[in-house]
Design a protein around this ligand. Sequence first.
Ligand SMILES: Cc1cc2nc3c(=O)[nH]c(=O)nc-3n(C[C@H](O)[C@H](O)[C@H](O)COP(=O)(O)O)c2cc1C
Length: 171
Amino acid sequence: MASLATRGVDDAPRVRSVVLRRVTPEACEVCCHTDRRSGKLAEIARDARVSWLFYAPELKLQVRIAAQAAFVGDGAVADAAWANTGLSSRRAYLAPRAPGSACDGPSPNLPPNILDRRPTEDETIPARANFGVVVTHATEIDWLYLASEGHQRARFTRGADGAWSGQWIEP
Ligand SMILES: Cc1cc2nc3c(=O)[nH]c(=O)nc-3n(C[C@H](O)[C@H](O)[C@H](O)COP(=O)(O)O)c2cc1C
């Protein structure tokens, strides 16, 4: 599981769990999917700086990535992501109301006819309009490896020319 932090529209930090959907190392891209009506997109539009957090317990590895984010809702990148999204995952994008909208009680925010089943391909067609990819470009990576004989930590920074430089730092 990944965590993605943004700067809230009130300037306070905001962090949430997301599913890491794609990493393209040669483009320094780290991506997740989201509903275009979700609050994080207004935050990213106002301040594109975001921070990713990953911890892999089996590897004893924490990775933090500072990045610049943009929302991609249309075009080839979003179309390809949608094509690779299964019907169960597409169901969330059929939500009739924007995520974060107030409601009178606990609400699944799904059309009643697909509450207890996977939608068909045709039924997910309207959901495409709500779907998009948060594409982020890494600018800094903080790598921390936990080891009983002593932790190891390194920082990698991407320069204006796109080249990466690395430096060991104290854990
Ligand atoms: C396990 C888990 C995975 C999630 N994956 C995503 C995701 O991939 N994309 C997403 O937008 N929200 C995902 N969410 C929901 C977000 O954590 C968050 O509640 C939602 O995106 C609204 O956040 P926002 O109001 O800051 O935009 C996930 C939540 C959990 C618990």
